[in-house]
Design a protein around this ligand. Sequence first.
Ligand SMILES: [Fe+2]
Ligand SMILES: [Fe+2]
Length: 308
Amino acid sequence: MSFSIERYKEESRKVDVTGIAWEEVGSYPLSKGDLFCLHYMMDIENHVPLYLSHLLVTRACMDPILTAFLACWNYEELWHGENLGRLLNLYGIEFDTQDRIANVRANLGLQNSVSLLSTMAGSWLLKDFSAVYLTIGAINELSTLTGYGALIRKSGHPVLKDLLSRIIKDERRHYAFYYNSAKEWLSGNRRAQKVDRWMLDRVWVPVGQGVKTQEEVDALALYLFDDERGEEELLDLDAKIGRLPGLSGIKLMSRALYAARERVKRNPRWAWRLIEKEEWAIKAPKKSKVGALTGRRALAEEEEALSS
Ligand SMILES: [Fe+2]
Ligand SMILES: [Fe+2]
């Protein structure tokens, strides 16, 4: 698996959706589970620009190759979110993308600032922070593309399959960058390997957790991976990450699936109730209205005044 930053800079572009049969989106059904996953995935893709703010304050970003990658990566991820939103809208689910994104962000509250500050402090205190960050990047990209593959399989929706297959190609390039960069950092560096393993075993969480609750993360994991094939895919994913220096035998995504199963054992309605009740709408936070967050309030008030 090779990666050239020069080639990536030249070739990076928004996902090409030419020829996708958008007009047929509504002709095939999507289950409640499919819709739950699609909303989750869209929200996390749309969260990337904010996640980027966490990365740019770290020591890792002293590396110009990393910042060049992030500049292109951020743009590509934006279009993943846009296109997932487009598909949902065409399926008949109405929402305003900008409002939804603003609501997701407003619901993060104080936790976002705390996380930003601790990432910043951690990166400047830990010389090998980059190793951790790059490994987490590799896991996130690999679990994203594995999740998209699983959703293609679960949904059997041809248009969704076409879109996700194109997005997966981008995710593979992202994965290649993070994996190779992590490998480079970890090779022959025992201290970095120890820090990386220690952090992954203790602070790593599946992609999206933090923006999404534990129960939402579990719902996604159980819907996509709680069968023989799904479990195998997660074990395979862990094995791939385990090939990085110092990470042999590490269990991350499979461990997350087993933990989700345990929670369902204790409470059979856990996670599935979110899918059943179609709980993928994002409610506006009580205190800060979307308009107040985005500066569109004035515009809305103007429109109101004009219509009255
Ligand atoms: Fe993406
Ligand atoms: Fe990605």
